[in-house]
Design a protein around this ligand. Structure first.
Ligand SMILES: [Zn+2]
Length: 127
């Protein structure tokens, strides 16, 4: 089997994280219903579940603000509009790696280009 690029766009990643939180919260509340014989356990499950659902709401709001900051680009590979965050990101539709930095064009895709440390080193080299 050919090796697939497992990297997905940051916004998609955060979105699936929020989705997992919602399901986790619902599952915890369901566990609360199942354990209603033990009152303190039920309360803990319920509180945790509500907390997780609230947290996912916060994450959704966060995605909203992130999307506003993201740069809209048209993917060169599938020609669909996508949004990217940071110096390197992947297309939301075809997972094509994209970069904002001409120096990195053609380089192997690496998450490390988004790290502040790398940006600093690069800046020093350009002096
Ligand atoms: Zn694409």
């Amino acid at each position: 089997m050919a090796q697939q690029l497992v990297y997905s766009s940051k916004i998609n990643k955060i979105r699936s994280f929020a989705l997992i939180l919602v399901f986790g919260g619902i599952l915890l509340m369901y566990a609360g219903i199942l354990t209603k014989g033990i009152e303190w356990l039920m309360v803990i499950f319920f509180l945790l579940g509500v907390l997780m659902v609230f947290l996912s709401c916060a994450v959704y709001v966060w995605i909203g603000t992130l999307s506003l900051k993201a740069v809209p680009v048209v993917c060169p590979s599938c020609e669909k509009p996508t949004k990217m965050l940071g110096r390197v990101d992947a297309c939301m539709h075809c997972k094509q790696p994209l970069t904002m930095d001409r120096n990195l064009e053609g380089e192997e895709f690496d998450e490390k280009y988004n790290k502040r440390k790398y940006a600093k080193v690069n800046k020093n080299n350009n002096k």
